[in-house]
Design a protein. Structure first.
Length: 219
């Protein structure tokens, strides 16, 4: 078992067995954990073989190799509609989609000839906007305070400012809350973001001021 690679379920990573030792009928082994860069002594029955754990299988290696690439893609501004589309769009509809959503508002008129994919382009643009709005709203929900009254949430949110947030998600949440006349949500979240950000964004400031006015509260 010495100088062999095993998988430690307790630590969730591969380990290298350095030495085994039996004392008073109990067998232990010293293992090196590369993820922690530390050497530990654990029971010899703890580490499992790579075949039994699946860590050394083709699927396991593919998972470990693909995970960083997936994480890198998720940090970029990539297109969602072509991935979930029921058709395989050609390069020119994808290029048109990227150009259409490049700005804050979509002002793009597909005017190709007959049979060149105007319907596909319009469908991709609409689908992309819906998917992005759904993702932004899920993120906006994380900024909401707990299930308290609007007055309690407003007082508490003043003390708990958000340190990490995405302005695009806040705008999307404010827009939907305004459409639904959910003024309490606008006020609660506005008081959690830095005041400087709120004052420098005309859209957020407009929604917040109007929400305060409609509820008769104090800004």
């Amino acid at each position: 078992m010495e100088s062999l690679w095993r998988y430690s379920p307790d630590h969730g990573q591969l380990c290298q067995v350095i030495k085994t030792r039996t004392l008073w009928g109990e067998t232990t082994c010293r293992v090196w954990l590369p993820g922690r860069d530390s050497v530990l002594r654990i029971p010899a029955s703890g580490p499992a073989s790579l075949e039994d754990s699946g860590a050394g299988s083709a699927d396991g290696i593919a998972y470990v190799a693909s995970a960083p690439r997936v994480a890198d893609v998720l940090t970029r501004d990539f297109l969602l509609a072509p991935i979930e589309s029921s058709v395989n769009p050609l390069p020119h509809p994808i290029k048109a989609l990227a150009r259409a959503i490049a700005g804050d508002r979509v002002r793009y008129l597909p005017a190709d000839g007959v049979g060149l994919g105007k319907t596909i382009k319009a469908g991709l643009i609409f689908r992309e906007l819906k998917l992005r709005e759904r993702a932004l709203m899920r993120e906006f929900e994380e900024y909401l305070p707990g299930p308290r009254t609007a007055r309690q949430a407003g007082r508490e949110s003043k003390r708990k400012r958000l340190k990490v947030f995405r302005l695009e998600a806040v705008r999307a949440g404010f827009r939907k809350a305004w459409q639904e006349r959910d003024y309490a949500t606008i006020i609660a979240v506005a008081r959690r973001i830095p005041e400087k950000i709120l004052q420098e964004d005309p859209k957020l400031l407009m929604w917040y001021d109007q929400a305060v006015t409609r509820t008769g509260g104090d800004a």
